[in-house]
Design a protein around this ligand. Structure first.
Ligand code: ADP
Length: 321
């Protein structure tokens, strides 16, 4: 029987469990024998590869994280360990892999493919939404909803007290999470690496707003700027508001997958398995303009991710109004 395995690599995201469930069910449906690799590339090297059964995936669709664990693996960056990983797969007769991971993980599996010709299809998975070539990565919608909930809660307390709340959100060097969160939670300020800002002109505007009765601020800052504490102090010294920093941190990675996330996980996984069955051997399933398409790693790596221009324009208007 044709054998296929799935693994999660790098930072985990909410949405991996629904993908794992769909993987098992759709593999059986297509006459494939599904396997789990536990603990990412570490599990490939250590041969923690087990046959999957339906009961493995009951009761997981609504859970964040990943039932089969994820990991970063320094060993996998070395050729000799990739050889061991290939030997393990060959011994089991597994010649197809589904990889859920960020751009590092996708790059790693492509190198593995070039060396050992074991076919893969990658599913871009990272809350940072920073993979070039796809407008959506698994995990993003749930992370945005977690940030929305936290920001709404902070707004409740902010509006009862004259304060500035400075909220730092994840995204590494990419401001996508911060920008979408600021727009959808009505934040007064949003600072991201992609948009230049001028604190002096913001100060003039904010002081005018305070004069007109504004008694709190919500500021959303992308972690990539590295200046969350400075912005908090700026509110105290320049605007005259007591300020509090909330760093959302890893709560953004957890949470029950949203409806959109579950559906995207199902679609990504279905298309990924179909791709392998139709002879695509080294692609990543991407989502662009409401359609799924496939890209090779060199297309993904050819430049860094850029936030959609229309979204950036909305963000600029937030800073410049
Ligand atoms: P992400 O996939 O979330 O971007 P990382 O960049 O940490 O996370 O990559 C996850 C794992 O992918 C690494 O720990 C390593 O095992 C593997 N990987 C990344 N880059 C390479 C590479 N150039 N060669 C082989 N493996 C790699």
């Amino acid at each position: 029987m044709n054998k296929i395995a799935i693994l999660c690599s790098g930072g985990d995201v909410s949405g991996m469990n629904p993908a794992i469930k769909r993987f098992v069910e759709y593999s059986f449906n297509q006459g494939l024998e599904p396997y789990f690799v536990y603990g990412g590339y570490e599990g490939l090297i250590d041969n923690i590869i087990k046959k999957a059964v339906y009961s493995d995936v009951t009761g997981i669709i609504h859970r964040g994280g990943t039932k089969i664990y994820s990991a970063r693996s320094t060993r996998f960056t070395e050729k000799k360990y990739r050889q061991i990983a290939a030997d393990n797969l060959n011994a089991l007769g597994i010649d197809k892999l589904i990889i859920l991971g960020g751009d590092g993980s996708l790059r790693g599996i492509d190198i593995f493919f070039q060396e050992h010709n074991i076919a893969f299809c990658g599913i871009p998975s990272t809350i940072d939404n920073d993979i070039n070539g796809t407008q959506y990565c698994l995990g993003v919608d749930t992370a945005l909803n977690v940030i929305k909930m936290a920001t709404d809660n902070i707004r409740d307390t902010a509006s009862s007290f004259k304060r500035a709340f400075v909220i730092e959100v994840m995204g590494r060097d990419c401001g996508y999470l911060a920008l979408v969160s600021a727009l959808t939670s009505g934040a007064e300020m949003c600072l991201i690496p992609e948009i230049a800002y001028d604190l002096d002109s913001l100060k003039k505007r904010y002081l005018k707003e305070v004069e007109q009765g504004r008694n709190y601020f919500i500021a959303i800052i992308a972690e990539g700027l590295g200046n969350t504490k400075e912005i908090s102090s700026w509110f105290e010294t320049e605007i005259g508001f007591e300020s509090r920093v909330t760093t959302l941190g890893h709560i953004q990675r957890g949470g029950n997958p949203t409806v959109r996330e579950r559906l995207m996980a199902y679609q990504f996984t279905t298309y990924a398995i179909d791709a392998l069955l139709s002879g695509k051997r080294n692609t990543v399933i991407c989502y662009n303009n409401a359609n799924f398409d496939f890209k090779y790693i060199n297309e993904i790596n050819e430049k860094t991710y850029e936030i959609d221009k229309d979204l950036l324009a909305l963000g600029k208007s937030l800073l410049q109004k």
